[in-house]
Design a binder for this molecule. Structure first.
Ligand SMILES: [Fe+2]
Length: 309
């Protein structure tokens, strides 16, 4: 096999997104960033392609400026604030949960390329957590002295699906891998949860809502997060596609069973405590779920399985 060191060649519009700086990301629509995932499905990048994308797509939370975001916050209506806090609670706490449970995946990686990619994802998730922490401190404001206190305060209150996913499913999958890094079935199940079920679904929610003005720190940072996540989703599709090609009878049922178990938890998570958090912004809950379901189906087709409706 030839040693691959060359950078992948992308079409000009994708190249623009791939190379955009934080400032330039303000001019890019989040849906265009998500289109990376679909393009990846048609022309699957290698694990090292995804690693090289990571190298060239670095960004720093410290480079963002939240002063306009803070002004917006002060001017916002009570409903706007509540709706924003509701979704950002899910994101902030969720990013931290993923950061804390990803390490066993690196250990369990079936090849050095996979191990290297997953290491980049760990750093990404840590950065996403720090992004939300800074947003919370500078825009919403808090007197929590450390991140642990802030996270406790931020954790979504009554949300059964969320609790089961992030405080039961995620840690127990990570624990299975930590206990036995050669457990390939657990690895496949874990990638199904982390990279297919969870990743992306949350972004569809946010991309369908108004994101505010594009010169805001939140918009730029969140678009950079979506670009990071597009690499993670491409990675997940690739791992599962290879598994299904290798042994469909063994792996397809694991992927299907995991999704059947997790999808109701996710739709429960996305269910707002007050329906106006969605309807006020011109959307319906079923529209958001349909959107999430359609993009999931696209990924599943690429993996080579289907999910009975
Ligand atoms: Fe993330």
């Amino acid at each position: 096999m030839a040693v691959e060191t060359e950078r992948e060649k992308l079409e000009p519009d994708l190249e623009r997104i791939a190379r955009a700086s934080l400032k330039e990301l303000g001019d890019i629509r989040i849906d265009d960033v998500l289109s990376f995932i679909d393009r990846g499905i048609e022309n699957m990048p290698s694990y090292m392609d995804l690693y090289r994308r990571w190298e060239s797509q670095q960004w720093a939370v410290g480079d963002l400026d939240f002063s306009l975001d803070r002004q917006d916050w002060l001017d916002a209506s009570e409903m706007d604030r509540k709706a924003t806090l509701w979704s950002h609670r899910l994101f902030f706490n969720g990013e931290e949960r993923v950061t804390s449970t990803l390490a066993p995946f690196v250990w369990a990686a079936p090849s050095p390329e996979v191990e290297i990619f997953l290491s980049t994802q760990m750093v990404d998730e840590a950065r996403h957590t720090v992004f939300f922490e800074r947003w919370w401190r500078e825009v919403v404001g808090t007197d929590a002295p450390d991140m642990e206190t802030l996270l406790r305060h931020v954790r979504p209150e009554v949300n059964e699906g969320y609790d089961t996913l992030f405080y039961d499913r995620l840690p127990s999958t990570a624990q299975r891998l930590a206990s036995n890094p050669r457990d390939v079935d657990a690895f496949i199940e874990g990638v199904t949860i982390y990279h297919i079920a969870l990743t992306g679904q949350r972004f569809e929610l946010e991309s369908m809502r108004e994101m505010g003005t594009t010169d805001r720190g939140f918009y730029r940072g969140f678009t950079a997060i979506a670009r990071d996540e597009s690499r993670h989703v491409n990675f997940g599709i690739k791992v599962l596609q290879e598994a299904v090609r290798e042994d469909a009878a063994r792996f397809a049922p694991i992927i299907q069973k995991t999704l059947v178990e997790c999808l109701p938890l996710i739709s429960n998570t996305l269910d707002p405590p007050d329906p106006r958090y969605i309807t006020e912004y011109g959307h319906t809950e079923s529209e958001i779920l349909q959107f999430a379901f359609d993009s999931l189906n696209k990924r599943l087709r690429a993996i080579g399985i289907n999910l009975a409706a």
